[in-house]
Ligand binder design. Structure first.
Ligand code: WT7
Length: 581
């Protein structure tokens, strides 16, 4: 246990007494910290940017973009103006409220302007991960009825050109020329249209329950699910930014997640802006040496990252860390996959600060359970439910009824009592899968966990077959489907194979069609095929040929059994598969 003493913290934490605040907190009181719009409306872009642009924070830096030749600072007033211009561009194209805007770029300034400009216009925004291949992109654009896409010329040529005809709803593509390749027929170059656009544009008077963001996530079976998030979600982003990330007005905050995943939007864009802090945006991929340099040089004070990154830093050795000092750094949090207790301690030893694990999902829209600054840390635990959040461990009894497990340390499904503002309002066009997430008032996360006698929650594993690789959620069905499009593949079963560094790697078991023989050349060809279609973030790292795939009586591939075999467990003993996540 790492004991905390509030008096010894350099900056008094926003949440000095976790349990006391939980007793008095109300969402209505949190909501009062936002402006709202006349007539009961709410717009995330107004709360995050425009209100600051007309107040004392106008000239405060909102984002410092790294990755170009020199850092580029964008103030709140500039960000507001750029977002307005982008909203004006959308309006000029006939894109309005409720229409769907997708963004597929790296972490460049235009991504942030497009997201905030889209929200300003009342347009629904869905950021996609730039390391997705054409297949996952096409699936999401189609499911989301994309009307407009912002991307780069390099992404367009490599991925969008070949799938564009498959997405008939897509009316406009705006491109950022990132490779000097010049105009592409059928697209509009973003730079020139932005230059012509006015920044005097009326904010869309969105209602709090109006759809704002669409984040795709994966399940065990079927197509990806589009989690619907509304403008009201900003209330959770505000309160969790305050309590779980302990944001203070003069902080320099660095969320390392990409907005293609929900963390990069909720906490890489919205929460820090709501609090008026300066955020670092680094366009580059992980690099231990550079990351330490960013922390030191830009005087990051609050850092939100992921277990895989921390494990990679641990692996890089303490010398790299000690090449700099970090006098500004005062709070480190992590999310997305299990955080090893040794990583918590590593932070304390090497950086002088323990790592604070927290827990949430695409569906919950914001942090639910967290190790907050003043709370003692039990390394390996996700912490306690935040103010406004009620969590429980539940189980289904013999009649299928969901019962709360009161006894401590008993494993069950982690459930959250519905009612927090950032909870998804549905899965797009999939009422059935949405409804299946609930038992009465309880939202069932699909994660297995325990709660100890003191109220700390401990992650045990996923209750489904979804794969977590480097913090990214990957649906085995999407991978299996892409594999089966290869002419040699008859069937495929895909699992997450435990990996010390990235948590799990995607591994595929492949059954070949009649007439094809297993061999190294074919194995490499299938790997390359998957990578081309799915992109590096989703494609399997390993392919193994098999003679049969285990199936249930109803014909479903038993991924659990494949995993048990992979781990060398007795085939009957799939019960332990959940542990280790
Ligand atoms: C799943 C959600 C976290 C928001 C962004 C990812 C796993 C999340 C933890 C944690 C162990 C964790 C769960 C969860 N997860 N946080 N602290 N410890 N596992 O959202 O991609 O929807 O993934 O990530 O399995 O259900 P996501």
């Amino acid at each position: 246990m790492i004991r905390k003493d509030v008096a010894s913290l350099r900056v008094p934490p926003n949440l000095a007494d976790h349990d006391a605040e939980r007793r008095t907190f109300t969402w209505a009181a949190a909501r009062a910290h936002l402006d709202g719009l006349p007539g009961g409306g709410l717009n995330i872009a107004h709360e995050a940017v425009h209100r600051h642009a007309h107040g004392p924070l106008a000239d405060h830096v909102a984002f410092r973009f790294l990755g170009g030749e020199a850092p580029r600072d964008v103030t709140y007033s500039e960000l507001s103006s750029l977002s307005n211009r982008f909203a004006c561009v959308l309006r000029g194209l006939g894109i309005g409220r409720g229409d769907r805007l997708f963004v597929l770029t790296g972490r460049i300034p235009e991504l942030y302007t497009a997201v905030l400009g889209g929200l300003t216009n009342g347009t629904v925004v869905s950021p996609l991960f730039a390391a997705f291949g054409p297949e996952p992109i096409a699936t999401r654009l189609t499911l989301g009825s994309a009307a407009v896409l912002v991307t780069t010329t390099s992404q367009y040529r490599r991925k969008i050109a070949r799938i564009r005809a498959d997405v008939p709803t897509l009316r406009h593509v705006l491109v950022v020329d990132d490779d000097g390749s010049g105009p592409i027929p059928g697209t509009l170059e973003l730079g020139p249209v932005m230059a012509e656009a006015s920044d005097d544009v009326a904010l869309a008077a969105t209602g709090p329950e109006e759809m704002a963001l669409l984040h795709f996530t994966s399940g065990t079976t079927g197509r990806p699910k589009g989690a619907i998030h509304v403008h009201e979600a900003a209330v959770t982003h505000w309160s969790t930014g305050r309590f779980a990330l302990d944001l203070h007005p003069d902080d320099v905050f660095w969320c390392t997640a990409d907005p293609g995943w929900v963390t990069g939007t909720s906490y890489g864009i919205i929460a820090p802006l709501l609090h008026g802090v300066t955020s670092i945006v680094d366009a580059g991929d992980f690099d231990a040496r550079r990351w330490y340099g960013v922390l030191a040089e830009h005087r990051v004070s609050v850092w939100y990252t992921a277990p895989t990154a921390i494990r990679m830093l641990m692996k890089a050795g303490p010398e790299l860390a000690h090449a700099h000092s970090y006098p500004a750094l005062r709070f480190i949090a992590s999310v997305g996959e299990p955080l090893n207790p040794s990583a918590v301690w590593w932070g304390a030893e090497v950086l002088g600060l323990p790592i604070h694990d927290n827990y949430w999902q695409t569906e919950t829209g914001g942090i639910m359970i967290a190790n907050t600054p003043a709370l003692d840390i039990k390394p390996g635990s996700m912490g306690k439910p935040l103010p406004g959040v009620e969590a429980a461990i539940v189980r289904r009894d013999a009649n299928g009824e969901v019962r709360i497990v009161d006894a401590p340390d008993e494993e069950g499904i982690l459930a959250l009592r519905r009612g927090w503002p950032s909870m998804m309002r549905g899965y797009l066009d999939d009422e059935e899968r949405y409804r299946a997430c609930f038992a009465g008032d309880w939202y069932l996360t699909g994660d297995l966990a325990t709660r100890d006698a003191d109220g700390w929650f401990w992650f045990v594993g996923r209750a489904d077959d979804v794969i977590k690789s480097a913090g990214h959620l990957i649906g085995p069905f999407e991978v299996e489907s892409a594999l089966m499009e290869h002419p040699a593949v008859a069937e495929a079963g895909v699992i997450g194979k435990p990996d010390e560094l990235v948590g799990e790697v995607v591994k595929a078991f492949v059954l070949l069609r009649e007439g094809f023989t297993p061999g190294e050349a074919l194995r490499l060809e299938i790997l390359a095929h998957a990578r081309r279609r799915l992109g590096a973030a989703v494609a399997p790292k390993e392919v193994e040929f098999v003679d049969t795939l285990p199936r249930t009586r109803s014909g479903k591939i038993m991924r659990r059994l494949l995993k048990a075999r992979e781990l060398g467990l007795a085939e009957g003993d799939t019960s332990t598969l959940e542990s280790g996540g």
